[in-house]
Design a protein around this ligand. Structure first.
Ligand code: SF4
Length: 697
């Protein structure tokens, strides 16, 4: 028999936004192994990966990968009945069916009856094309993506205070070398493991680590100060810290004077948050609050790191504004080894979910829908003026289906049937929708509701770019071929646009990047030629070919016309769903090291399933004893929205009144319990505080 060759690709991890680089080895459609890249080609990871980056590739050649387009059988019931609900189809048939399904709705009800959902799992080029498909081809303003559910509060909060909705600094040179950390709402060791290793190394070398979190997470073991917080009360302790720093005259007066506006407003707003008042609201001891504030204010440099524990609240944007205010107050911006560090979730959420503009309120590069010159620029390139009304945000799209306003949906790589809040409602909406097309690598929980399923290539099978959490644009390269007739999302989008009569004539992803750099100023100097020559990637803003990129932001000025940052004081409010007699416990959610998001990839990875095979609820030993619950027994968890059954994990990591469930599993899906309330600015759902009761079966 002919021996097939082992292939090697220098590429970027498709899990988290640390963006580790490695060599991926493949043969006959199977990923054989991973070799981390050395420092000069891997600024973020430097010869290291975590367990997902190293062993997380069984999904690539899983038996149930989609290998051919599928069309729902005429007599198949609406809803999840598995593969037998579909028949195999050719590309031509499937593309025709998507064209007919979407254009019939558009003809009858207008383009506003259609929506498009995009995904950070896919490349920058694919996200750019997906929003172009929505705006140019379909003519709908309703395009959104998964960043709505994770860091939309970060983007909204940072845009108002410092200008760009992005990490201000580098991973290695700044996070890895700072003097002090405030980490809050981030289980860094499990969600961004290589980044956590950097922090731990630096703490061993003498940096101060302060962790504020409702759970005693892995990083807390390494902290100089771990402070347990009450879920959803973050504005109170952040305002309290600022009040104490101002009262003790520990703030950076010169920085505040020269580089910011609105200090007096901030001072007034934080005044009521005395340490004693904060202790009453949040259970953060006054002495701990003061000591932490003093450490941060007196450190030469400080990194403020956070993730979804801060963002996924009805006060998510305010939480981010408050942490940005604290960084400004202490002068920790615009210099090395300091900065605001949102740890973005998905591999390409900064680029695909943000920079490329698959969002209802902004064009690619965060360019305004209200700016006539910007609209004209896009019209000049596309031949069509982008719709400039603000479209529906992701959670709103499902309500619009219920209201009969939205009738057709095209989903690329997302799984809202597990990721949206209150998923019983989402499933009902998808049963009602007139037409649903889903493009994915598996028959996901969402694809089960589709009329047409289009088989996509995974990141191990295609070419493109991802932008990691430090704004670093890096290459993605294929190590193996896609299974069957599956194609990269980009190629499928091109097929679709052509079927709608648009002459999308791209010669590969490099060509798409050229169009992006011509339209998006912060990517203005990014080309594939440069990315080949500069394996470390390029950090945006990179405005032209002579621009080396921007390692850390705001050295000279903030991203506002007058160059000054704004203090935007944050109002305090408690979460909407507080515990009561009926639902006495607070449920929080999150990730675990071995799994990723809705688990479509890691639930097909042997190592992950060996370690964490199913969902669970972590419950404090005292509460477990009070409720008569043993470790590892199945229990019922009920909220005002629904109920699930999961295994108990009795462990002392949070207050007795707080329980935790991971987000990765369809059995025991946490989002059967979560609620509809949204942050009024970012429209992120309140995922982190849900009142529940737990009972033995
Ligand atoms: Fe991949 Fe993140 Fe792990 Fe690095 S830390 S290998 S980017 S999952």
């Amino acid at each position: 028999a002919r021996l097939s060759r082992i292939t090697k690709a220098e590429t970027t991890c498709n899990y988290c936004a640390v963006g580790c680089r490695f060599e991926l080895y493949g043969k006959d459609g199977e990923v054989l192994g991973v070799r981390p890249a050395e420092a000069e080609a891997a600024p973020a990871n430097d010869f290291s990966t975590c367990v997902k980056g190293k062993f997380g590739y069984d999904f690539v050649d899983a038996d149930d990968r989609l290998e051919t387009p599928l069309i729902r059988k005429e007599d198949a019931p609406d809803g999840p009945v598995g593969r037998e609900a579909f028949r195999e189809a050719t590309w031509a048939e499937a593309i025709d069916r998507v064209y007919e399904g979407l254009s019939e709705i558009r003809d009858e009800h207008g383009a506003d009856a259609l929506s498009v959902i995009s995904s950070s799992k896919t490349t920058n080029e694919e996200n750019y094309l997906n929003q172009k498909f929505a705006r140019q081809v379909l003519g709908t303003p309703h395009v959104d993506n998964c960043a709505r559910l994770c860091h939309s509060s970060t983007v909204a909060g940072l845009q108002q205070t410092v200008g760009y909705g992005a990490m201000t600094n580098r991973i290695n040179e700044d996070i890895g070398e700072t003097d002090c950390y405030l980490i809050t709402g981030s289980n860094t060791t499990e969600s961004h493991p290589v980044l956590a290793t950097r922090i731990k190394q630096n703490v061993r070398d003498g940096a101060e680590l302060i962790v504020f979190d409702p759970r005693e997470i892995g990083l807390a073991e390494h902290a100089d100060r771990y402070v347990r917080t009450t879920p959803g009360e973050d504005v109170a302790w952040l305002n309290g810290m600022m009040r104490h720093i101002i009262e003790e005259d520990l703030y950076d007066e010169a920085f505040v004077e020269e580089r910011t506006r609105n200090f007096d407003d901030l001072k007034e707003k934080v005044e009521p948050f005395t340490p004693e008042q904060v202790e009453e609201l949040t259970a953060v001891p006054a002495a701990e609050l003061k000591a932490a504030a003093e450490t941060i204010a007196t450190a030469d440099t400080c990194i403020f790191g956070w993730a979804m524990g801060l963002t996924q609240h009805t006060t998510g944007t305010r939480n981010v504004m408050a942490i940005a205010d604290l960084a400004l107050l202490t002068g920790n911006l615009g210099k090395p080894r300091a900065g605001l560090s949102p740890f973005r979730g998905q591999n390409n959420v900064q680029g695909g979910g943000g920079d490329m503009g698959p969002a209802p309120h902004t064009l690619p590069g965060y360019q305004s829908l209200g700016d006539e010159a910007v609209l004209e620029k896009f019209e000049g390139e596309w031949g069509v003026r982008p719709p400039n009304d603000i479209g529906l945000r992701l959670p709103e799209q499902f309500h619009a289906i219920d209201d009969g306003e939205l009738r057709g949906m095209f989903v690329m790589g997302e799984n809202p049937v597990l990721s949206e809040p209150d998923i019983d409602d989402v499933e009902r909406s998808l049963r009602e929708i007139d037409f649903l097309a889903v493009q994915d690598i598996f028959l996901s929980e969402t694809a089960e509701y589709a009329d047409v399923v289009l088989p996509a290539a995974s990141a191990a099978e295609k070419s493109g770019t991802f932008t990691n959490t430090e704004r670093r644009i890096q290459r993605v390269r294929p190590a193996v071929d896609p299974p069957g007739v599956a194609e990269p999302d980009q190629e499928i989008l091109i097929r679709l646009a052509r079927r709608f009569g648009y002459d999308w004539d791209y010669d590969g992803p490099a060509d798409v990047m050229d169009e992006i750099s011509s339209l998006v100023p912060i990517y203005g100097g990014v080309t594939y030629e440069r990315l080949e020559a500069e394996p470390n990637g390029i950090q945006w803003p990179c405005v032209d070919e002579d621009d080396p990129g921007t390692p850390y932001l705001y050295e000279d000025e903030f991203n506002f016309e007058d160059g000054k940052a704004r203090f935007v004081p944050a109002d305090y409010a408690s979460p909407p769903d507080m515990p009561d007699e009926e639902y006495p416990l607070t449920l929080s959610s999150g990730r675990v090291l071995y799994h990723w998001h809705t688990g479509t990839m890691t639930r097909r990875v042997g190592t992950s399933m060996n370690h964490v095979p199913e969902s669970f609820v972590t419950i404090h030993p005292e509460m477990a004893a009070e409720l008569g619950i043993e470790d590892e027994e199945y229990v019922r968890v009920q909220s005002r929205q629904g109920e699930i059954v999961v295994k108990s994990n009795v462990e002392d990591t949070a207050d007795p009144g707080v329980v935790f469930i991971p987000m990765h599993f369809p059995q025991g899906a946490i989002n059967k319990l979560t609620q509809h309330e949204l942050d009024p600015t970012s429209y992120i759902p309140q995922y982190k505080v849900t009142s529940v009761r737990v009972t033995p079966l």
